[in-house]
Design a protein around this ligand. Structure first.
Ligand code: KG4
Ligand code: ZN
Length: 344
């Protein structure tokens, strides 16, 4: 079967066509995959501006859709999948309305899917995952720790009480005068950091790391960065040594908390594997340290290829495939965008 998927939950407009074959277990072949990023538009705000993002989706979605269909070379579309939430509601509606119109035109069934689940299920693109698993979804809008006993069997163990991990990178990068999105900018500066001979010390808190729950909090980390930054003389603030040291410490503080809480959940729930997803999972240092720690404790570890960590429609297509039984083409009106859609 051929699945056409649409993703517009935040600032990336994605359309993909994925062919699913295979007998015992599904084999996914990506016929086309286009993502139009709005980074340039949101750069000057240092974050995503919803009304602007909606306008960009409206402009870009028909273009991206056309490209994706052309590259799929006229293959028949058997199923339409669209991200229904969570995300920025005005943006989600652009995708949902487009998908509904398309379903009417093509007389094809349509499935609305959960974006968090999509960040998890992209791990099934080439791999077989072993259950039970603990999944950590870390993106610009979400930080959730989820117990997964199988597909469609989820329990949210914990989540951020304030900022998401990616949001923390984006906001602290802005304080340091680095670009948007902040995650890749912080990672680049952190990679240049060389500790020996440093004239000053940078030490940031690891919020909630020793608490027994599985929740996170990153807004205190951002405030600590702001205070440290403001306490430095202008010359230091602008020096590359300071920026690099700060970037390395921000990155490590986030990684320390994420790894500690995930491993705790994995041990407490006696799972077999650890699964990562979301834009922040594209971070090299995070991937490396997770891999080392998971193998030390004998957990199977899965992380998507970097390009499928950040928002894309291939993950939406895979999620639709696993929910294909729920397809409904008559009851189009019931399909809605929901900013706060929760995993069930
Ligand atoms: O999953 P995603 O594309 O969108 C949301 O659903 O939010 O995640 C975007 C987030 C941004 O906050 C961005 O700074 C972060 O992922 N990010 C990274 C890296 N690449 C993207 N964070 C750390 N290291 C990276 N290499
Ligand atoms: Zn996302």
């Amino acid at each position: 079967m051929n699945i056409l998927a649409i993703e517009t939950s935040c600032d990336d407009t994605g359309v993909a066509v994925v062919k699913v074959g295979g007998k015992k277990r599904p084999r996914f072949r990506i016929l086309s995959n286009f993502v139009s990023s709005q980074v340039e538009v949101h750069k000057k705000w240092g974050g995503v501006y919803p009304t602007l993002a909606k306008r960009e989706h409206q402009k870009n979605l028909p273009i991206v859709f056309k490209k994706a269909l052309q590259q799929a070379q006229g293959e028949r579309i058997d199923l339409i999948v669209v991200t229904a939430g969570p995300g920025l509601e005005p943006c989600l509606w652009v995708g949902v309305n487009f998908a509904k119109d398309l379903a009417k035109k093509l007389k094809a069934p349509i499935i609305p899917v959960n974006h968090i689940e999509a960040h998890i299920l992209i791990n099934f693109l080439n791999n077989k995952c072993v259950f039970p698993a603990v999944c950590l979804v870390v993106s610009g809008g979400h930080t959730q720790l989820i117990l997964m006993r199988g597909i469609d069997d989820y329990k949210i163990l914990g989540e951020t009480r304030d900022d998401a991990a990616g949001e923390c990178f984006d906001k602290t990068a802005r304080i340091l005068g680095l670009g948007y999105p902040g995650g890749p900018a912080i990672a680049t500066e952190a990679a240049k950091f060389n500790a020996p001979g440093l004239k000053f010390k940078v030490k940031l808190p690891r919020p909630m790391i020793y608490q027994k729950n599985y929740d996170f909090s990153f807004s205190g980390l951002k405030t600590a960065v702001l205070y440290d930054f403001k306490s430095r003389p202008l010359k230091v603030r602008k020096s590359k040594e300071y920026i690099q040291a700060m970037a390395a410490e921000i990155q490590q503080a986030v990684i320390d908390v994420l790894i500690k809480k995930t491993l705790k959940a994995a041990k407490d729930y006696k799972v077999k594997s650890i699964i990562l997803g979301g834009g922040v999972a594209a971070n090299d240092e995070l991937r490396k340290q997770f891999r080392v720690q998971s193998s030390r404790l004998k957990f199977k570890f899965s992380v998507p290829p970097k390009v499928f960590c950040t928002d894309n429609a291939v993950m939406t297509a895979l999620t639709g495939y696993y929910h294909r039984q729920e397809a409904r083409n008559k009851n189009l009106e019931s399909i809605e965008a929901k900013a706060n859609l929760r995993l069930k």
